[in-house]
Design a protein around this ligand. Structure first.
Ligand SMILES: Cc1cc2nc3c(=O)[nH]c(=O)nc-3n(C[C@H](O)[C@H](O)[C@H](O)COP(=O)(O)OP(=O)(O)OC[C@H]3O[C@@H](n4cnc5c(N)ncnc54)[C@H](O)[C@@H]3O)c2cc1C
Length: 407
């Protein structure tokens, strides 16, 4: 049976970026259908994704603007301080939110809690239709319209398709858009730990020879999310350790300041690499989130960039609708691509350089970097600039991220 569904925007991928974009568009009266190959409930399971995300202040403001933050606030932990150190070196960089105001530097939230909030929000947002699980069997984009045909016989027609289907984006590939990038020969091992001492809202990043090791504060004071960057050749052997041996490896890297540690839930690993789409737009198509750019998690910014893409596209589409334009008009898509590609390339480059500089064992370089960290730490204006970058307050921010309504 063929069922025809008319909408304005069709989003492929209901991950953190796609679902946020869908809620934001529908909240501003742009009819949206979001398609995912997995059922929404799968993304909430503890075995699906063990990661937690650092949400920058500007992203928090945008999530507040679309109504998500009130649904997830109780599940978040404020990041009040960040301590960066180079292995055992005593020279470190210390960011304290109190140096620049009352607001925390950011917030930690477990990805599954954010997904649960998004599922709740998508269900109650008028003008938003979820098609999941669903398999796309055909996609058409031409000067007149865009359409997606699903295996169950539904055809969805709209003005614009948004690819939000992650790093391996089939939508991007079908459009013939190439990516450029490289692997880091590093995997991120992710685990959650319980600890007897409070984390006090402090995020730690330690630069070890194998890569950065992050200890990130979770809700309640006595749980943290670990992102342990390890050489790919060794990651599988660490993953294969039994719980006690794995915990010993973690304890060695965390040190004693969190007291007694215990593992919570399963461990996960993610191969790391840099990936940048050569174009963010084509006829009736825009790329957002990891479908457009995948970066190293060293600065906890990948999702924040995706949320900026979403907020920028909301600005452009809301304006097009207000002026009665085709939502996929070429000037709008070109503006989106110029705006977001430059910002994302800058962050991709910064994270790439940071990872290369710190993930090594070259002593003279290490010594220079330690002096660099200590220098930044002793220069308040420079330090404040870095803090504002981490808070996502630098650059050409979309309206939602400035606390303004795009409508
Ligand atoms: C270890 C680690 C830690 C990180 N920490 C942070 C952090 O602290 N802060 C931060 O900002 N970022 C962080 N990131 C980056 C962040 O996790 C990603 O940028 C983000 O999850 C990307 O979300 P997305 O929605 O764009 O893509 P994805 O999460 O990949 O979602 C894609 C969606 O598309 C769906 N899909 C795929 N193919 C199809 C198809 N053919 N048809 C239909 N649906 C499809 C999938 O089911 C999925 O739901 C981290 C990354 C890693 C690896």
């Amino acid at each position: 049976m063929t069922i025809q569904l008319d909408t304005e925007v069709i989003i492929v991928g209901a991950g953190l970026t796609g679902a946020t974009l869908a809620c934001g568009l529908a909240a501003h009266d742009i009819a949206t259908v979001v398609i995912d190959r997995i059922p929404p409930a799968d993304g909430i399971s503890p075995t699906f994704d063990g990661r937690a995300s650092a949400i920058a202040q500007s992203s928090r403001i945008a999530l507040d603007g679309i109504g998500l933050w009130p649904l997830v606030k109780e599940k978040t932990e404020a990041i009040r301080e960040i301590r960066v150190s180079d292995g055992p070196s005593l020279m470190f960089l210390h960011y304290d939110h109190a140096d620049i105001g009352d607001e925390p530097l950011g917030y930690m939230i477990e990805n599954r809690d954010m997904r649960a909030g998004l599922v709740q929000l998508t269900e109650k947002t008028a003008g938003l239709t979820i098609a999941a699980p669903a398999e796309i069997v055909a996609m058409n984009r031409d000067d007149g319209a865009a359409s997606v045909t699903l295996k169950d016989g539904r055809t969805i027609t709209g003005h614009l398709i948004v690819a939000a289907d992650g790093r391996g984006s089939a939508t991007r590939q079908a459009a013939g858009i190439d990516v450029t990038g490289w692997g880091y020969n590093q995997n991120a091992i992710v685990a959650t730990i319980d600890h007897t001492e409070s984390h006090q809202g402090i995020a730690h990043e330690r630069f070890l020879t194998s890569g950065p090791f992050a200890i990130l504060p979770l809700k309640g004071g006595h749980q943290s999310s670990l992102v342990w960057t390890e050489r790919s050749t060794l990651a599988d052997s660490f993953m294969a350790l039994d719980d006690d041996a794995f915990l010993n490896e973690i304890s060695e890297r965390v040190g004693g300041f969190l007291g007694k540690l215990a593992l919570v839930g399963p461990r996960f690993q993610h191969p790391l690499g840099l990936q940048v789409a050569k174009s963010y737009a084509s006829t009736r198509l825009a790329l957002v989130g990891d479908a457009a750019h995948g970066i190293h998690p060293i600065a906890g910014q990948g999702l924040n960039l995706g949320l900026r893409d979403a907020a920028a596209l909301i600005d452009i589409l809301v304006e097009a609708k207000r002026y009665g334009l085709d939502l996929a008009h070429s000037a709008g898509l070109e503006k989106y691509q110029r705006w977001r590609r430059a910002d994302n390339l800058l962050m991709a480059g910064m994270t790439d350089v940071l990872n290369r500089l710190f993930s090594n064992d070259v002593r003279p370089l290490k010594a220079m970097l330690d002096v660099g960290l200590a220098t930044v730490n002793s220069l308040p204006p420079l330090k404040k600039t870095f803090m504002r970058h981490a808070m996502g307050q630098v650059g050409d921010l979309p309206k939602l991220m400035r606390g303004e309504s795009p409508g």
